[in-house]
Design a protein around this ligand. Structure first.
Ligand code: 13P
Ligand code: ZN
Length: 254
């Protein structure tokens, strides 16, 4: 997480405290805890029955990716949900030297982890970043729909359809941190691995932190190629439907 936090900062996708990451670490937290009373307990505004007892490694709210890159323990938390799935203990309390809570986008992170648990797929990571190039596209009505935005991004570089064959889901602007944006993001991620929040950033899911970052990076590269063409006063040709279909077949090999 520290390595990728550094990349997010270097790419300019994590100004101040922007962005957050959560990882399902349930499989590696296989020890018994005898006394939960020593850990702070926080109630959740929603219930996540399918995450009962699950453990997560998450970034802290207000924490900077550039600081996390150097001092991961001081900027992250380990959470364990209770049996009911309506609250969590902060297991890492003693490791953190100040009182801070998990990311303000926790409702979206947990909602996505719950969707993954329900369908039984292998993703462990949820990553949110303020990916400038993709946010810029959503400043124009023209690109605020899945069909146009995916056609554009796939058309700019062969890697995009190979590594993001399902394209991205689009989430119209909603106040961040709310149950409403969590619900719309979960819907968008039912058929995609990346959801683009209008005028805000991306939410991506993946099996590892590195892979999740890579998908965002590939999409941002496509958007950058588009903007470079436009700033050189060129209208990019993009790939034809036949070329895209051919490339999409290759995605099975990776
Ligand atoms: P947090 O610092 O609470 O994680 O918020 C950052 C962010 O990007 C909100 O959308
Ligand atoms: Zn954000």
């Amino acid at each position: 997480m520290a390595e990728v936090a550094g990349y997010l900062w270097q790419r300019g996708w994590a100004e101040r405290n922007a962005g957050n990451i959560s990882v399902n670490i349930n499989e590696i937290m296989d020890f018994e805890i005898s006394d939960f009373d020593i850990f702070p307990f926080i109630s959740l505004p929603a219930v996540y029955p399918n995450l009962s007892g699950y453990c997560f490694f998450v970034t802290g709210t207000g924490k900077r990716m550039r600081d996390l890159a150097r001092k991961p323990v001081k900027n992250t938390l380990i959470l364990k949900l209770n049996q009911e799935g309506n609250g969590y203990w902060i297991l890492s309390k003693k490791l953190n030297d100040d009182n801070f809570l998990p990311t303000s986008e926790l409702p979206t992170h947990l909602g996505i982890h719950q969707m993954i648990a329900l369908r039984g797929s292998a993703e462990k990571v949820v990553m949110h970043a303020h990916t400038t190039e993709l946010i810029t596209l959503t400043q124009s009505r023209e690109f605020c729909n899945e069909q146009t935005i995916n056609r554009l991004l796939w058309g700019m570089h062969p890697e995009t359809i190979i590594f993001v064959p399902k394209g991205i889901g689009f989430v119209p602007y909603i106040l961040p941190g709310t149950a409403d944006i969590a619900m719309e993001t979960i819907k968008a991620l039912q058929n995609h691995n990346v959801a683009l929040w209008e005028k805000h950033g991306v939410f991506a899911i993946g099996e590892s932190i590195g892979d999740t970052f890579d998908v965002i990076d590939i999409l941002a590269k496509s958007a950058r190629i588009y903007f470079l063409c436009r700033s050189a006063n060129m209208v990019p040709d993009g790939f034809s439907d036949r070329q895209l279909a051919e490339l999409k077949e290759l995605s099975a090999n990776f």
